[in-house]
Design a binder for this molecule. Structure first.
Ligand SMILES: [Zn+2]
Length: 316
């Protein structure tokens, strides 16, 4: 469940009592806590660490936002994933009968091999990495090229917008899915700093900051504020913003195909110790076809690992 994603102004409730936009700042109906609890009980390990709604304030300006890739910090993988396994091109594994492998100080970020490099800190860069350790350098940043993509919309207002690059890629992705008989809707796109402040603030008011941090992202820490990310639904409202969405055709298709259009599932299953957020099968992030395809090919699940950045399990 992404209580940060689902409940924010602009979302047209699919099951709510009335259509239209909830009042700004109104923590609209949250996905069933019972459903979520059951999921936890089932060992799913999910909780309400919502990625889609971050917020921030001052901390941003002192972000450790490192300059570039290449500073691998050995982010631990919570699963026996092969994500961080050196590839065949790793000099350490390339040696044949040589002495036992010595701890290789490694790694050059896999992304460094790509032809075109982009900033990891500029909000207008497709490689921007924003997480709980890396707020936006400009907290109130707003993309200058927001547009509404020509895709099935489940929202109106600012939430139906994306930056122009992401919008164009989204149109390709949605069209490809539709051609294969898979219905996908845009459930939430851009979210302004002001909206984030209101959403996060409503959680703080009603539940206190500690709880708010598990339910909504702090202002200035949200990918949604950059126009590079959006959440998907299936048009029927099935499991919207809930763990069970992962089994819906829209999510299954997106997980398998998104890289072809430049997207990654930003908060993958069981990588919350790195990304800071539990699995959000509905949250897609644009990074470009080359990088997304490279990640898929190498089996690298997170941007943190791909760009050699430290894990960001919680706010600093
Ligand atoms: Zn999201």
């Amino acid at each position: 469940m992404c209580r940060d994603c689902a409940p924010f102004p602009g979302v047209l409730p699919t099951t709510g009592p009335s259509a239209g936009e909830p009042p700004a700042g109104e923590p609209s109906p949250l996905p069933s806590r019972r459903t979520f609890t059951r999921f936890l009980a089932a060992g799913a390990g999910l909780t309400a660490l919502a990625a889609c709604t971050p917020a921030t304030t001052e901390a941003s300006l002192t972000s450790p936002a490192v300059s570039q890739a290449g500073v691998a910090t050995g982010s631990p993988s919570p699963t026996p994933s092969t994500a961080a396994t050196p590839t065949a091109t790793d000099p350490a594994s390339a040696t044949s009968a040589a002495p036992p492998p010595s701890p290789v100080p490694s790694p050059v970020s896999p992304a460094a091999a790509l032809a075109q490099q982009h900033s990891l800190t500029d909000p207008a860069s497709p490689w921007l990495v924003v997480n709980k350790h890396r707020p936006l350098a400009t907290p109130e940043y707003a993309p200058s090229d927001l547009v509404q993509p020509n895709v099935p919309l489940a929202v109106s207002g600012e939430a139906s917008l994306l930056n122009s690059t992401t919008a164009a890629a989204a149109e390709q992705l949605f069209a490809a899915a539709a051609a294969e008989g898979v219905s996908i809707t845009l459930a939430s796109g851009y979210r302004s700093y002001a909206t984030q402040v209101a959403t996060y603030g409503s959680y703080v008011s009603s539940q206190g900051q500690a709880q708010a941090d598990t339910a909504s992202a702090r202002p200035g820490y949200s990918e949604h504020q950059t126009g590079w990310a959006f959440d998907i639904g299936d048009g029927g409202g099935a499991c919207g913003f809930q763990p069970c969405f992962a089994e819906q055709p829209a999510a299954v298709w997106a997980k398998a195909q998104a890289h072809r259009f430049g997207f990654v599932i930003r908060y993958p299953w069981m990588f919350h110790e790195i990304t800071g957020y539990y699995y959000e099968s509905w949250h897609l992030r644009y990074i470009g076809i080359e990088a997304a395809s490279d990640m898929a090919k190498r089996g690298i699940a997170t941007l943190e690992e791909y760009f050699g950045l430290e894990a960001a399990p919680a706010y600093l």
